[in-house]
Design a protein around this ligand. Sequence first.
Ligand code: FAD
Ligand code: UDP
Length: 370
Amino acid sequence: MYDYLIVGAGLFGAVFAREAADAGKRVLVIDKRPHIAGNVYTEDVEGIHVHRYGAHIFHTNDSTVWGYVTRFATFNRFTNSPVANYKGELYSLPFNMYTFNKMWGVVTPEQAAAKIAEQRREIVGEPKNLEEQAISLVGRDIYEKLIKGYTEKQWGRDCRDLPAFIIKRLPVRLTFDNNYFNALYQGIPVGGYTKLAENLLDGIEVRLSCDYFADKAALDALADRVVYTGPIDAYFDYKLGTLEYRSVRFETELLDMPNFQGNAAVNYTDRETPWTRIIEHKWFEFGKDAQGNDLPKTVISREFSSEWKPGDEPYYPVNDAKNGALYQQYRGLADREEKVVFGGRLGEYKYYDMDQVIAAALRCCGKELG
Ligand code: FAD
Ligand code: UDP
């Protein structure tokens, strides 16, 4: 008999499992995938840690979370600085003086600010959607070349039908600073994210390729309480309807060349290129293997964003009004499941980054474990 059955060996499940085990609880972790680490899973290909479910860069301003995660991994000095490719023109991201200089030829912050001010005049009042928010932040030229196409590919919706907050994640700076994140702490765990998850789950029983719903009654009978980190609508057999997600398809290739694009991430911001971005995984670790040798080959992944349908991997919750309302109904059902705690990106249907998911798991432990 276990105190906790934890469904999902992603970051939420692994952090909860670690804390529960350290508090003296007996825990069993299951995952339907054949591996741990959930979406942050990395696998070794020719010495390169390939991010199987998309590029993951750890970044946080939360010193408690940073203190916690660095107990389980050493982080390298990687700083995310993606490049945008618009029909062969290259721009620096996020939007900063390098971008403004390339776009408009402006040289000083004052000139850049004036250009943005002139272009944002078309927006009057509070921005009502992503398009208006983007123009109000950086003006129409940048919106047209670097935002519109990418966003519409990423979300499969017109920018006028998307909420403004999505674009507020991106910094806009009047300095020469290509660091994509406004974060105090940033990096990639040395040895890959799978190693980080292994360290979190050290000494904890894990059953892989084990789908909770294939044997729910028997699995529930093994434990006093359940921590469920899968999709909340799947838990209730989609009885109120399916929550929408965006899914991503990756086409990954091993190339017999040392350097394909010279950067970890290149975003393709035009509408015509079918992929949103290309990741070259070796640059997350500076092109070196564990011994510090240059790697002769490279692995790239093209990312294609797609509408989710049952059976696909759900990646991004679509946090619009319709899905928010449906989630609230599921939340009501979840609150009545006395034995079950719902957590994580899918369990809470929230656009969580890794640091936020760790913080949420630690909060949940605080409530559950006392
Ligand atoms: P998950 O990692 O999804 O884990 C849930 C686990 O539950 C999965 O392993 C799943 O197999 C398992 N499960 C589900 N249903 C069942 C079932 N029925 N039975 C058994 N097991 C089940 N965050 C950042 O901070 N930085 C980034 O750069 C970043 N990039 C991202 C890029 C992409 C493409 C995506 C999709 C996300 C990105 N994130 C990033 C967010 C990050 O992936 C999440 O915050 C984090 O992985 C969520 O952890 P989780 O444990 O909640 O969910
Ligand atoms: N975005 C964009 N152009 C880019 C990169 C991002 O327009 O080159 C927009 C897009 O709408 C995206 C949002 O900014 O959804 C947030 O970007 P971020 O990289 O944070 O998205 P993530 O992939 O992490 O969800």
